[in-house]
Design a protein around this ligand. Structure first.
Ligand SMILES: O=P(O)(O)OC[C@H]1O[C@H](OP(=O)(O)OP(=O)(O)O)[C@H](O)[C@@H]1O
Ligand SMILES: Nc1ncnc2[nH]cnc12
Ligand SMILES: [Mg+2]
Length: 174
């Protein structure tokens, strides 16, 4: 059986020079790769008690949704700015390349709910840090953060001190 890392295609200098892009499409377009990725991330939640799964647009949706469905939990969207129709909370943050603003509906998390955050990858940790702040602003408690891939060289984990963080595969560099 192939391992997850064998399904990930790495593209140097995309979207700009110096970035090694860890492409998740090559995992998803293989039925075994897709199943292995979802199952492996879901396994990280074994024994965890929580109320809601939150996924970050857009690649976090791909992984968060099937896990929420499988575990019969609600799925809450963290969206890029301007997409959500009702009242929102928002944060702007820096990425490995560029900057972005994310939003959540104010009523998407109830105070005291235990929240799991899912995304495909942690690089600098800027995106997930912003998502954590939004969940907490709404009164949620982030009990676990799950990634398929971690780029350890970018030290994103250091921004998540005190949180329970799991990644299925970890690249030493970027
Ligand atoms: O740890 P960070 O440095 O914040 O980077 C990681 C984030 O960057 C990518 O998303 P991106 O914003 O490029 O958009 P996408 O998911 O819509 O492709 C990736 O899917 C993570 O969400
Ligand atoms: N190196 C990288 N590969 C894929 N997605 C990313 N998002 C941020 N950095 C990335
Ligand atoms: Mg993303």
């Amino acid at each position: 059986m192939k391992k997850i890392e064998e399904y990930v295609r790495s593209i140097p200098d995309f979207p700009e020079p110096g970035i090694i892009f860890r492409d998740v499409t090559s995992v998803l377009q293989d039925a075994d790769g897709l199943q292995l990725a979802i199952d492996s991330m879901q396994n990280c939640l074994e024994g965890e008690e929580f109320d809601v799964i939150t996924g970050l647009e857009s690649r976090g949706f791909i992984f968060g949704m099937p896990i929420a469905y499988n575990l019969h939990k609600p799925f809450v969207l963290v969206r890029k700015a301007g997409k959500l129709p009702c009242e929102t909370v928002s944060r702007t943050y820096e990425l490995e390349y560029g900057s972005a603003t994310i939003e959540m509906h104010k009523d998407s998390i109830k105070p005291g709910q235990k929240v799991v955050i899912v995304d495909d990858l942690i690089a600098t940790g800027g995106s997930v840090e912003a998502a954590i702040k939004l969940v907490e602003e709404l009164g949620g408690e982030v009990v676990k953060v799950v990634f398929l891939m971690e780029l350890a060289g970018l030290k994103g984990r250091e921004r998540l001190k005190g949180y329970n963080v799991a990644s299925v595969i970890c690249y030493d560099g970027k």
